[in-house]
Design a protein around this ligand. Sequence first.
Ligand code: C5P
Length: 342
Amino acid sequence: MRAPAKVNLHLGVGPLRPDGYHDVITVLQAVSLFDDVSATSVDPPRFHDPGPSTTDGNGGSDGNGRSSGDIVVTVEVSGEGADPASLGPATSTPEVSIVPTGRDNIAVRAAHLVAEAAGITSERVHLTLTKGIPVAAGMAGGSADAAAALVACDALWQTGLDRATLTRLAAQLGSDVPFPLAGGTALGTGRGEQLTDVLATGEYYWVFALADGGLSTPAVYKEFDRLTEGKLRTGPTPADDVLAALRTGDPGQLGAALVNDLQPAALRLRPSLRRVLEAGRELGAVGAIVSGSGPTCAFLTAGAQESIALAASLAGMGVARAVRRASGPASGARMVEGAGEA
Ligand code: C5P
């Protein structure tokens, strides 16, 4: 199963809620950077049991605090960011995590949730994650892994969970997980997990400047709280300008409308990103923004040719660890032939 990265075209953030989350109004676009997840049965004993699951010591919490019986999930990660050294020197900073391979891997948690929702009490599955989405970059790579693992296990175990159930499980795993299931362009409300389709026309060509290391989403939200303390009187900024621009299909209009309320916080934590954003603007990007909680910088360009030129120039300037091109909107999690064999 292949699931896409995302970029927030609009990320309006409200004050901190009592549950530790923030209300957001966000517009998300799936872009053509993908993670592939394959799920393989290791040892096929399986018992469907609609009643409460039994635990025999191999199970335990699924990360959401419930017992998941004799479900064994192993995981192997390769590709972009699997090797910590590939992420550059800043990965040694404590707030940055590399992809975990244990029970705290979000794809592993997704597999346990599918088993639990389907009443499967005994199953052994091996997940292979092939990462094309940069890790801890503000592009929802972990969420894409979780979305792909949900549909991969659903397909492997022929559990036939409906879309609404998969979306509910996705929201349990993380605020950003329902979106890579759906793909396309969507409006997200609540903590970002409640999605509605938006009317969007056109194809958009993006350039992403990847930074050394990652930024932790909770740390960026915390910095946002510090910067806005006592100043936020209303809820999150509405996304009217971005929604209007998406109806026109004009990249120039969309570029001018991009909003990210987390950007000042990300720039405080990573001041060097200012120079990256500036470089992209000077080189002709029609929009320049920190992607989600960062540290990736996203540049919208006027078209495919312009994106090739911008990517080459940015790479030449050496302001980024790596540069990627992608287009959007991309499809949500789907089965592909030969995924994960790269
Ligand atoms: O939902 P998810 O587990 O991805 O969120 C990670 C963290 O990001 C949360 O624990 C919270 O600190 C922050 N967050 C937030 N408001 C949101 C989404 C995430 O404060 N709407």
